[in-house]
Design a protein around this ligand. Structure first.
Ligand SMILES: [Fe+2]
Ligand SMILES: [Fe+2]
Length: 130
C-alpha cells in the first residue's frame, strides 16, 4: 500500500469513529443537562478516553495522508488536538469536583463538532488526491 494514500478502509473506520464521537457528544450533553453527578463522572471518563484514543490514532494513521494535501490545515488540526487535550484535562478535574459548567461542556462539544466536520472535508480531499 502506498503510504501517502488515504485508503478506503482507513477512511471508513475514521468516519465511523466520528459518528460514534458525535453520538457520544449527544449523550454527554444529555447527562450534564440532567445534572446526574454519578452519570457525569462515568460518561466523562468514556468521553475523554474515546476522544484521546481517536486523536492519537488519527495523528498516526490519518494525518500523514492529510499532510500531503494540505500541511497547513494539518498544523491547525494539531493545534486543535492540543487544545482539546488541555480542555479535557481541565474539565476532567472540574468534573471530579462537580464544578464543570454546562456552558463549558457545550462549548467543547461545539468546537469538537466543527473539528470533526473540518476533518471529514479534509478526508474527501485526501481520498481523491491519492
Ligand atoms: Fe481530530
Ligand atoms: Fe477526528
Amino acid at each position: 500500500m502506498h503510504h501517502s494514500s488515504l485508503d478506503a478502509p482507513s477512511r471508513a473506520a475514521f468516519l465511523a469513529q466520528h459518528r460514534q464521537l458525535d453520538a457520544l457528544c449527544d449523550r454527554v450533553l444529555e447527562v450534564f443537562e440532567a445534572g446526574d453527578r454519578a452519570g457525569v463522572t462515568t460518561i466523562w471518563t468514556e468521553f475523554e478516553r474515546a476522544i484521546t484514543r481517536h486523536m492519537d490514532g488519527e495523528e498516526r494513521r490519518i494525518f500523514p495522508s492529510f499532510r500531503l494535501v494540505d500541511p497547513e490545515a494539518v498544523e491547525r488540526l494539531l493545534v486543535e488536538h492540543s487544545q482539546f487535550r488541555r480542555r479535557l484535562a481541565e474539565l476532567g478535574v472540574a468534573t471530579d469536583l462537580h464544578l464543570a459548567r454546562l456552558e463549558e461542556v457545550r462549548d467543547l462539544v461545539k468546537r469538537l463538532r466543527i473539528h470533526l466536520s473540518d476533518e471529514k472535508a479534509m478526508s474527501y480531499r485526501a481520498a481523491v488526491s491519492s
